[in-house]
Design a protein around this ligand. Structure first.
Ligand code: G3I
Length: 371
């Protein structure tokens, strides 16, 4: 368990503020600690390449342990305009940044119903794939080829998974496989993957990912160096949570190599923060890791001072729940660095930093969760 390092308050603040080293005021403790120095669970942040440059890069490397690519490692990002596979330029830049700053990388995502190349579910003649045996075989091969190509790309540049030079510690293998409504016997989302391959697409994705990341391209002495996650949102609500739990139980019963469950937690002030703890507790009966993968807390509009203060308390209480679990979380990741770059910006200031990278009450709430 990492322990936060408390530095000399006056020295740290003077350095942080660029003052001379003789400042006399003793700052609030929370003004001098970083998130990664205060919180004893690995904390990550989702970025695009803007997070690897300028002031944003300084904040990312100073405050966080881990990086997720918000979009640059999704299926579409690995193919050029001629449908040729190549190491995604954004994925490379983000991973290089992580290596340069001693940070780990949580990959997102190998399989999703969105952000695929437009040809992904078409045959070589451009026809829509069906559930025929030949089309199933065709798509299965395409799935395997994609997953191995992604794993091999990282391996060829950063070395075996499980060695110091390779920062990949986890990957979302299948994202958002669960139906939002209770409209499917198996609880699965209607998607091209599901329509063509059935639930087996999930088994296949994990089996291919395990073979590629934890065997073929892993260090000989490494034991499962890349944790393989199934990831979804709205697990703070019972219906979807129960459907995901049932799926993960089936996968584990079939011996599918699922290492962990990712809870996105795209939440809001009106959701009781204890519902986040309930979502995590609901999976404690399964032999899986758990991670909070895409945390953001919308304040609603207007994001006035009262809402921002309430959000600070919410983040404080949420991180207390995350930190105080008997079964430690793999990591907790924020879905973005600053409000102005959030996909939920129009729902009200969901992240820890404001525009201009100002530290909000939400930031200090995370720090103070370690009180
Ligand atoms: O890169 C293009 C750019 O070239 C173009 O000019 C611009 C305008 O069309 O679009 C840009 O692509 C956008 C992309 O984000 C990169 O900014 C897409 O339109 C936009 O749809 C895409 O949104 C992303 C969304 O996933 C796609 O579904 C969000 O940034 C991203 O935060 C969001 O993340 C998802 C997770 O992967 C899974 N969980 C839910 C979460 C929120 O939807």
């Amino acid at each position: 368990m990492r322990t936060g390092r408390i530095v000399s308050a006056s020295l740290a603040l003077s350095v942080a503020l660029g003052l001379s080293s003789c400042t006399t005021t003793v700052p609030e403790r929370s003004q001098v600690r970083s998130i990664k120095g205060a919180v004893d669970v690995p904390v990550g942040v989702a970025i695009d390449v803007r997070g690897t440059a300028g002031d944003a890069a300084s904040v990312v490397s100073a405050e966080f342990d881990q990086i997720t690519a918000e979009n640059d490692m999704k299926p579409e990002a690995w193919y050029d305009d001629d449908a040729q596979f190549r190491f995604g330029p954004g994925a490379k830049k983000i991973t290089d940044f992580a290596v340069a700053h001693g940070m780990s990388v949580y990959g997102h995502t190998l399989v999703w119903y969105k952000q695929n190349p437009e040809w992904f579910f078409l045959d070589d003649e451009g026809g829509e794939l069906t559930g025929s045996a030949s089309d199933e075989a065709f798509l299965t091969e395409r799935l395997r080829t994609h997953i191995f190509a992604v794993a091999e790309s990282f391996h060829n540049v950063y070395g075996d998974f499980g060695t110091d030079g390779n920062p990949i510690v986890a990957f979302d293998v299948v994202n958002e496989a669960i139906s939002d409504a209770n409209d499917d016997a198996a609880g699965l989302r209607d998607s091209s993957w599901e329509r063509i391959l059935g639930e087996d697409y999930i088994d296949l994705a994990f089996e291919f990912a395990d073979e590629a990341f934890n065997d073929r391209f892993a260090a000989p002495d490494a034991d499962r160096p890349v944790a393989l996650f199934i990831n979804d949102y709205d697990t703070e609500f019972e219906g979807k949570r129960d459907r995901l739990h049932s799926l993960v139980e089936r996968l584990l019963d079939r011996g599918v190599p699922v290492d962990g469950v990712g809870h996105q937690f795209h939440t809001r002030l009106s959701t009781d923060v204890d519902d986040l703890g309930a979502a995590l507790a609901a999976f404690d009966d399964l032999d899986v890791l758990q991670a909070v993968t895409e945390l953001d807390v919308a304040t609603g509009i207007p994001a006035d001072n009262a809402a921002l203060d309430e959000q600070g308390d919410y983040y404080r209480d949420a991180f207390r729940i995350f930190r105080e679990r008997d079964d430690p979380l793999f990591s907790v990741s924020l879905w973005g660095l600053s409000d102005d770059r959030s996909w939920r910006a129009d729902e009200g200031a969901p992240l820890l930093f404001g525009s201009g990278l100002t530290k909000k009450p939400a930031y200090f709430g995370v720090i103070d969760s370690a009180e």
